[in-house]
Design a protein around this ligand. Structure first.
Ligand code: AG3
Length: 282
């Protein structure tokens, strides 16, 4: 794994995510599975020797078979573990189905997944076998719509809402703004909990101060927590745990069996904030 392939083999492609204008992460592969431009973004899937299938959207790593569980487990399980009875769950984004898979491992009654880009679902169905399996689950319901619009138009209430968006800068930025969180709160049942991916501690540090301030204005409890994601920029990822009452350290339910990263101890540890994040959010 550590020996670089000195030259690009003929017919290989190098996929890069730039973390700064001069550095980032690259993957070399001879197995490009899909490259297409949807109405929303550039979608790329390839198969990599170590990371397995990798999904890029607009040049940003979204998920790899090898390390997706770090991210999806930490997005999903803290909120579901702290809710006494998470019957109805909403996922915004996450068309690749990684978060959906984690939710369906709980005894939930119904999960709605709202994804804006039907092509992401199509590509996921073809290349990420878990998505196909999850969409067959009678508890899962797929809606192709803009997440923010869904929140404003729907009358339904959810016990847990999970936001599996992309970065807080760029096309996904609307899913990181005050208005969106205000709309989300209206769709939460009493006692409901929301968990959202919030970005890279290293790269998106400048966004956390503002976010913390407005989140505290919307929710009685607005917490940050972190978890590692090896293929995301900076390596340490930031999430929010939002509610009007739930204590993120009051774990009420056991995690599903067979997880790779999440445990109740990891859950508690994730809410112990690094000094730099603590300073940013005050
Ligand atoms: N959503 C979070 C992706 C953020 C990645 N950012 C980056 N690579 N710069 C992941 C969607 C997978 N369900």
């Amino acid at each position: 794994v550590n020996k670089p392939t000195p030259k690009m083999c003929p017919g290989w492609t190098e996929f890069r995510e730039f973390h700064t204008p001069t550095g980032g992460l690259f993957f070399r592969t001879g197995r490009v599975l899909c490259r297409r431009t949807s109405d929303f973004q550039e979608i790329e899937v390839f198969d990599h020797d170590f990371f397995g299938k990798v999904l890029f959207l607009d040049g940003l790593v979204q998920t790899t078979e090898r390390d997706e569980f770090y991210y999806h487990e930490m997005l999903v399980h803290p909120a579901l573990a702290c809710h006494p009875k998470p019957d109805r769950v909403l996922i915004i984004g996450g068309g690749d189905g990684g978060a959906l898979k984690q939710v369906l491992a709980h005894p939930v009654k119904h999960v709605t997944l709202v994804e804006i880009d039907p092509q992401v679902i199509e590509v996921g169905r073809e290349f990420f076998p878990w998505l196909k399996a999850c969409l067959k689950d009678k508890r899962a319901d797929l809606v192709v719509a803009d997440g923010n619009e869904f929140l404003t138009k729907s009358q339904r209430l959810f016990d847990v809402i999970l936001v599996d968006s992309s970065d807080p800068v760029g096309p996904s930025a609307v899913l990181h703004r005050k208005g969106f969180f205000g709309n989300m709160k209206k769709r939460l049942n009493r006692g409901g909990i929301a968990a959202c991916q919030s970005g890279s501690l290293l790269l998106h540090a400048s966004t956390f101060r503002v976010k913390s301030r407005f989140l505290k204005g919307i929710f009685r409890r607005a917490h940050f927590y972190t978890g590692p994601v090896p293929t995301y920029p900076g390596g340490l990822w930031v999430y929010n745990f939002l509610s009007d009452g739930a204590d993120p350290l009051d774990i009420k339910r056991k995690p599903p069996a067979g997880l790779g990263y999440y445990t109740p101890d990891v859950h508690r540890a994730a809410f112990a904030l690094p000094a730099n994040l603590k300073k940013l959010i005050g």
